[in-house]
Design a protein around this ligand. Sequence first.
Ligand code: ADP
Length: 406
Amino acid sequence: MRDDWREQRNQIIGLGENSFKKSYYPELQEKLSELETSYKNLKSIFDNVEDGIVLHDENGCVFFHNKQMSGIISTRQDLGKEIDINVSELFPDEQDKNKMQGIWKEVMGGVSKVISTTLMPIGSDRKVHVQVSMNKTIWYGRPLIVAVIRDFTERAKFENQLVMAKEKAEEGERLMTAFLQNISHEIRTPLNAIMGFSGLLVENELTTDKRNDFVSIILRSSNQLLNIVNDILTISSIETRQIKLREARANLNELIDNLFAAFKRETDSKGLELKYQKGFADNKAEVFTDVLKLNQIISNLISNALKYTHRGSVTFGYDFNSGEEGEYLSFFVKDTGIGIEKERQQVIFEKFRKIDDKSGALNTGMGLGLSIAKAYADIMGGRIRVESVFGEGSVFYLEIPYKPIY
Ligand code: ADP
């Protein structure tokens, strides 16, 4: 920064020292101290402004700057005296530098300018988003540019966060609408079946076979309805953090046998093969775990495998593994079904997500099964993941810590 007012004082003093000392000295001394005070007052006002203020010529050479600006141009001192600073150093990119120099020329020609740009404070490698307003001014008789620089970095970040939050809220709303449409479809379908077939049951001329068929449709639909209600209750308990881990002794092979028995009929009726794999011998398969949650997770995975597989097989089971994080059980459900595209393999674990949720089309399922499975896996200290090839099939893995019984 140049002390222009001192230059002015020296010019006055140079007028003729002897006569000056005799006759004008006291008066000049007083004027000089007034000048100095007014400079200090001006500087203190500038220093208390939140924006950076810098006066420079059309080549970027700085003549004055306030305290806020010191952080940006990182005022360098040489034996107590500031060395020359040039604001064009704030624009390391040649193209930006040339653009700024063009603007400075225009401002010197009397055109006021307000621009948004990014600059890099001298001696740092972070970018600062700023708004710069530039006007021509006269500083101790010299035409200069007065630039007021407002740091928008925090505001830009804040605006970015706002945009992201808005997008997330809109996405949430869109998914919720799709979910509500879906839920009414999911509830109405079995409910209509129950009401329709119950009405038919009272007819007198029904054969026993027909009556049995209707009863089994009513039972199946009731079950479907019960599952929907259960899923909704479970997801709301998860949201309100009411789900607790309840670990006890449980035999993994018994769990596998029960699951096989529960799904065998459905698999047969779809013409699919159901296979299982046990990682321990029966007498070694007792572990400490929350078997109800485990059962629910694997049931959800097998139900999905059956829903999205139209030919081939579904295999499920578990293995014992050990890795860097210790010993763990790796459960899997493998199918030869429709598979999942790579870019969808993460989002399916979020609630209300279905493959076709973009199109808004309805298919069976509410998009809750996997999010329940994921939340349960988290509660159990484990994780759930998928490997899938679109069009060929999927393998869902659930990995939980191995807790043996001693
Ligand atoms: P849904 O009730 O829709 O089945 P889920 O949360 O269980 O809800 O699954 C979310 C989505 O993940 C499903 O809509 C489906 O598109 C996809 N998905 C889940 N499991 C499989 C699978 N085994 N094969 C192919 N796609 C699957």
